[in-house]
Design a protein around this ligand. Structure first.
Ligand code: HEC
Length: 483
C-alpha cells in the first residue's frame, strides 16, 4: 500500500542522489583524469537490451532490430537523436512521485552516455563485457491462458492508404459469468496493428461482419444498461486494450472484470498500413480469476464521455485550447491506473489530486501527447486518496500550424467527434473504494457529475438533447466509438 507520508522522504532521497551523481564528474575533472570512453559491450548494450530490444527485435512492431553492435552502430546518429529528444523509447508520462509499472524512460545520464559513445567513435569494447542477449518469453507472456480465441478470419490490410479502424466480434462461448484478470493480445501482423481496444457486447448484437466499421452499443444502452458503470470499471463494457509495444498488464491482485455469459468480445483495432499487404488474424488469451473477486473497481473520466459534454470547439490556429473538469471523491479510494485520450491535436494531459489536507499530488502529466502511443499507465502501488480529495483534469489541444501532428494545413476549426480528424479529450483514473461498501456511492456520485455536465450542455445546445441522451446512455460502455 502506498504511504503518502513517505513521498517527501523519497523525493529528498532522489534529490540527494542527483546531487551526489552530479558531483562525480566534477571531482573527476578536478583530478584531470579523463573518464574512459564508454564502450558498446560494457555501457551501451545494457541500455539497448533493456530499453530498446523489447520492440526492436524480429517479429515486433519496430522497423529494425537493435540487438547487436552492428545494428546500433549502423543507426548511431538516429539513436542519439531519438533518445535525446525522448522520442524513443516511447513513453509520454512525465515522472511523478508515484512509480509507474514498466516505466520506459531513459535517465539523463543514459542519454548522455549514448551521445558520449557516438562522440568517442563508437568503440565496441571488450567482448567479455557484453551481457547475454536479452531473453524474451516465447508464446504467452503471462503463461498459458484459460481461454484462447481468435478472429474468425483474416483481415487484409492494404499496403498503403489511410489508417483503418475496424471492429471484430468474437463469440466467447461462455455459459456462465466469468471474471477476467488479464487479456493478452497477439497480433499476427504486428507491423500494421497499431492498437486494439477490447469491449464486451453482452447483447451479442454487434455486427458479425468481420471488420465492420462502426461500433454502436445503443441497443444495449436503451435496454436499461445506461445505469451501469460510467467509468469503465469491473462491471463496465471495457476490458482494457493493447497498444504497440505494450506488455499485457494484469489488474492488481484481487481485481477482475466481469464478463457476462453469452457476451461477445469486440476487438476495435487501429491499423496503420506498412507498405506491404498484411493479413491480420489476432489471437487473444484470456486469464480468468479463480473466483469472483471480493473487491470491485470503477473509474472516473474527466471530462466525461471523452469530452463530449465539455463543448470542445477548437478555433483554427488556436495554440492552447484548454478544457478542465474536476470531481470530488465522496469516499476514500485506492487509485491504480490512469490513461488519457485525445486525437492528433491533443498536446498536454494533466490529472492532479488535492487532498483534504491541501497536499497536491500529480497523478498523470503528459507534456507532449502522441495519438500514436495511447498507453495505459498503472501505478506500481496503490495511491490512497482520502474522501474529499478533489481530482482535477486539464486537457490542452494545439490547433496551430506549429503542431507537426496537425492533420490540417492550414489549420481548420475542429469540434468533438469520432473521426481521428475530429477531437476528443479526457483523462481517466481507475480506482477501488477503500471500503467495498462505498462503491455504489462513488459510482452514483460520478453519474451525478456526468448528468450535471449533460444538463449544462443541453441548456447551451437544446437541439442536441436527444443526441446527448444517447451519448450518456451509451457512455456506460466507456466507449468512444458510439454514434
Ligand atoms: C515500445 C516499443 C519501442 C521501444 C521500447 C523502443 N522503440 Fe524505437 N521504435 C518503435 C517503433 C514502433 C518505431 C517505428 C515507428 C516510429 O518511428 O514511431 C520505432 C522507431 C525507432 C527509430 C526510427 C525513428 C525514425 O525517425 O525513423 C529509432 C532510431 C528508434 N526507434 C530507436 C530506439 C531506441 C534507441 C530505443 C531504446 C532506447 C527504442 N527505439 C525503443 C518502438 C519502440
Amino acid at each position: 500500500m502506498h504511504r503518502l507520508t513517505f513521498r517527501p522522504l523519497a523525493a529528498t532521497a532522489a534529490a540527494l542522489t542527483l546531487i551526489i551523481a552530479g558531483a562525480v564528474p566534477r571531482s573527476a575533472g578536478a583530478n584531470d583524469e579523463k573518464p574512459a570512453a564508454p564502450t558498446f559491450n560494457r555501457d551501451v548494450a545494457p541500455i539497448v537490451f533493456a530499453q530498446c530490444a523489447p520492440c526492436h527485435r524480429p517479429g515486433e512492431a519496430a522497423p529494425f532490430a537493435l540487438l547487436t553492435y552492428q545494428d546500433v552502430k549502423k543507426r548511431a546518429d538516429l539513436v542519439t537523436a531519438v533518445t535525446a529528444s525522448r522520442y524513443m523509447p516511447p513513453w509520454h508520462a512525465e515522472p511523478i512521485a508515484t512509480a509507474f509499472h514498466g516505466e520506459r524512460r531513459l535517465t539523463d545520464d543514459q542519454i548522455e552516455l549514448l551521445r558520449a559513445w557516438v562522440d568517442a567513435g563508437m568503440p565496441e569494447g571488450d567482448a567479455a563485457d557484453l551481457p547475454p542477449q536479452p531473453e524474451f518469453t516465447p508464446g504467452w507472456q503471462l503463461g498459458q491462458p484459460d481461454l484462447i480465441v481468435q478472429m474468425s478470419e483474416e483481415f487484409e490490410v492494404p499496403a498503403d492508404g489511410p489508417d483503418l479502424y475496424r471492429n471484430f466480434a468474437i463469440p466467447l462461448g461462455l455459459t456462465e459469468d466469468k471474471w477476467v484478470r488479464a487479456v493478452e493480445f497477439r497480433p499476427s501482423a504486428p507491423t500494421v496493428v497499431h492498437h486494439s481496444l477490447f469491449f464486451l457486447d453482452p447483447t451479442g448484437q454487434a455486427s458479425r461482419e468481420p471488420g465492420f466499421a462502426r461500433l454502436s452499443f445503443e441497443g444495449a444502452a436503451r435496454r436499461g444498461r445506461g445505469q451501469g458503470d460510467l467509468g469503465g470499471g469491473s462491471n463496465g463494457r471495457s476490458l482494457g486494450g493493447w497498444a504497440v509495444g505494450a506488455s499485457p498488464l494484469p489488474l492488481p491482485a484481487g481485481l477482475a472484470f466481469r464478463v457476462p455469459a453469452g457476451a461477445d468480445l469486440i476487438l476495435s483495432t487501429h491499423f496503420h498500413p506498412s507498405g506491404t499487404v498484411e493479413r491480420e488474424r489476432s489471437v487473444v488469451g484470456i486469464y480468468f480469476a479463480d473466483k469472483k473477486p471480493e473487491r470491485s473497481f470503477t473509474g472516473v473520466q474527466l471530462p466525461p464521455v471523452f469530452g463530449a459534454l465539455a463543448g470542445v470547439e477548437i478555433p483554427a490556429g488556436e495554440k492552447r485550447y484548454t478544457k478542465t473538469d474536476s470531481f470530488t471523491l465522496p469516499v476514500a479510494v485506492d487509485a491504480f491506473g490512469v490513461n488519457s485520450h485525445a486525437h492528433y491535436l491533443g498536446k498536454e494531459m494533466e490529472l492532479t489530486a488535492t487532498l483534504p489536507n491541501g497536499e497536491a499530488i500529480d497523478l498523470l502529466r503528459i507534456n507532449d501527447f502522441d495519438f500514436n502511443w495511447q498507453e495505459q499507465y498503472q501505478y506500481e502501488e496503490f495511491v490512497r486518496l482520502p474522501a474529499g480529495t478533489r481530482l482535477e483534469a486539464r486537457v490542452t489541444w494545439d490547433n496551430s500550424a506549429d503542431n507537426p501532428r496537425n492533420p490540417s494545413n492550414p489549420p481548420v476549426a475542429v469540434k468533438w467527434g469520432r473521426e481521428s480528424t475530429d477531437e476528443m479529450g479526457s483523462v481517466s483514473l481507475r480506482m477501488m473504494p477503500v471500503d467495498e461498501a462505498d462503491l455504489e456511492l462513488l459510482q452514483q456520485s460520478y453519474r451525478d457529475h456526468v448528468r450535471a455536465a449533460a444538463r449544462e450542455r443541453m441548456s447551451q445546445r437544446p437541439a442536441w438533447r436527444e443526441r446527448l441522451k444517447r451519448w450518456i446512455a451509451a457512455s456506460a460502455s466507456n466507449d468512444e466509438a458510439v454514434e
